[in-house]
Design a binder for this molecule. Structure first.
Ligand code: ATP
Ligand code: MG
Length: 335
């Protein structure tokens, strides 16, 4: 079992990122370790360059995101935690795969269409070839499990197409076809202000999300002001149909308590939000407080976090080197 996943070092993480992505990473790291496998997690700083960056902020954001992952339970001793830029094999393999990927394939990527919008001519070349670098990220390590959100499934499918064509064109079985891993336990967390919109760091309203750096008072206040309806909580999850806001709060409670929604409703059915919201806030504070404390401590020594990333990169380079060399040989490069 070889797990590979990356995240862009952009801004603060929120509860949706934690419950929907990072906590699944931590579980996969533990599963991989239990099976004698390996998990690799990286800060996708090379991917960040596909959009305008503020150079002075990129390095800081990378260290902060790494600290956040560690605070959330990614263990740099058990998993390999690094930033992409320190492992040049990612860029080198991406270039080789650029000979295999077709322009027509990239043209079909919805993320490219969304992010480039009407201004395709003015978009960076990197934004267009982003999925090729992403293919390199996972093929380099012969990943078997790639945890992805819905929005990245198309890119992983492309990675499989690139791997298949490369293997066929060069008569090799070099690349393992990566499987998307969608955790059955990964919830989709919605905005606290609008149950139909995803909790997101790009939402202009800070009240829409719980940030991992929010203090206890902010967490309590945001849940207190969260949009809800006037009905009491139902007996079963079916009773939450058509009640997006209510369902979201129950989903958050269940995810934080690590129990099924039914178990939450067994306790709170018949009660209104006047009782449920404070209980939810207390639970969130109890779960997120230790993460925030650990994050603050880690950020007191940013150099130590940087050293952790450097050590992770060294391990990643050792794993990446044989695959890159085999790919270079397969295409006829003399290196
Ligand atoms: P943006 O709005 O800029 O896209 P974001 O808040 O969606 O930011 P990302 O950096 O795109 O955050 O996502 C990081 C990871 O967190 C991805 O794996 C994504 O699927 C997951 N994720 C993001 N938002 C949520 C959410 N509301 N619920 C569950 N998972 C989420
Ligand atoms: Mg997103």
């Amino acid at each position: 079992m070889r797990v590979v996943s990356g995240i862009q070092p952009t801004g603060n993480l929120h509860l949706g990122n934690y419950l929907g992505a990072i906590r699944q990473w931590v579980r996969l790291q533990d599963d991989a370790a239990a099976q004698g496998g390996q998990a690799l997690f990286f800060l996708a700083d090379l991917h960040a360059l596909t959009q305008p960056v503020v150079p002075a902020e990129l390095a800081n954001a990378t260290v902060e995101m790494a600290a956040t992952l560690i605070a959330c339970g990614v263990d740099p001793e058990r998993a390999i935690l690094f930033n992409q830029a320190r492992v040049p094999q990612h860029s080198e393999l991406a270039w080789l795969l650029g000979g295999t990927a077709r322009v027509g394939w990239l043209n079909r990527m919805t993320q490219w269409k969304d992010k480039a919008g009407k201004n395709r001519e003015g978009a960076s070349v990197g934004l267009f070839t982003y999925p090729v670098l992403q293919a390199a990220d996972v093929l380099l390590y012969q990943a078997t499990h790639v945890p992805v959100g819905d929005d990245q499934k198309q890119h992983l499918e492309l990675a499989r197409d690139i791997a298949t064509k490369f293997n066929l064109d060069f008569g090799t079985e070099l690349f393992t076809l990566p499987e998307p891993y969608v955790s059955p336990a990964a919830p989709r967390i919605m905005s606290l202000r609008d149950g139909a919109a995803k909790m997101s760091k790009s939402d202009p309203s800070d009240a829409s999300r719980i940030n991992l750096i929010d203090d206890d008072d902010a967490i309590a206040a945001k849940f207190r002001k969260a949009r809800t309806d006037a009905e009491p909580l139902p007996e079963t999850p079916d009773g939450l149909a058509g009640r997006d806001e209510a369902r979201n709060l129950v989903t958050i409670y269940a995810a934080l308590a690590e129990e099924p929604a039914q178990a939450v409703l067994d306790r709170f059915a018949g009660q209104g939000f006047g009782a449920f919201k404070p209980a939810l806030a207390d639970l969130a504070i109890a779960r997120l407080g230790p993460i925030r404390t650990k994050l603050t401590r880690l950020l007191d020594d940013r150099n130590a976090v940087g050293a952790t990333l450097a050590a992770g990169a060294e391990r990643a380079r050792a794993l990446a080197a044989p695959t890159l060399l085999a790919a270079q040989r397969a295409v006829g490069l003399q290196v």
